[in-house]
Design a protein around this ligand. Structure first.
Ligand SMILES: [Cu+2]
Length: 169
């Protein structure tokens, strides 16, 4: 077993999806999705590492949609979750970075110029308060599951084609 080979393989794998850098900022995970193939809107979720100073994501733009906004979900007075534009941007603190996720921060695409297609990428330009612009290629992944806590109705059970009950998970 070669440790060196493992490292080289890891570097090669990372190089395939060239990470975008800007002043200590690095997007380490990102994906975009829409709720259906004919959806007029979509969202992207990015994980941004910050090895520099405190920064703020203040805007995003893309040719993929007529409007791109930074959104978050908030719980309205009636308890219903609503999306709304983030005022003042998304904080990207040094060391902590920013992790967008379903039900929270996301980049919203309204009026898609073309439907999101599994396996394709969309180009998004991020605007940071201090670091300036960073262009990222965001892969479309319509199959990615939410990382937020399961809330019953979100829980998907697989039936029929999986007959193995012997494994434990
Ligand atoms: Cu939204």
């Amino acid at each position: 077993m070669s440790f060196k080979t493992t490292i080289l393989a890891a570097i090669a794998a990372v190089s395939l999806v060239a990470p975008a850098y800007a002043e200590g900022l690095m997007v380490t995970d990102s994906y975009a999705r829409s709720s259906s193939p004919v959806a007029k809107a979509g969202a992207a979720f990015l994980t941004i590492e910050n090895h520099g100073e405190d920064d703020t994501l203040i805007g995003a733009s893309s040719d993929a949609a007529k409007r791109v906004e930074l959104h978050t979900h908030i719980k309205a007075d009636d308890g219903v979750m609503q999306m709304r534009e983030v005022e003042g941007g998304m904080p990207v603190p040094a060391h902590e970075g920013l992790k967008m996720k379903r039900g929270g921060y996301h980049v919203m695409f309204m009026g898609l110029n073309e439907p999101f297609v599994q396996g394709e990428t969309i180009t998004v330009t991020l605007q940071f308060e201090k670091a300036g612009e960073m262009v990222v290629e965001v892969p479309v992944d319509l199959e990615r599951k939410p990382e937020m806590k399961m809330e019953g109705h979100d829980h998907e059970h697989k039936h029929g084609d999986d007959e193995s009950h012997s494994h434990s998970d």
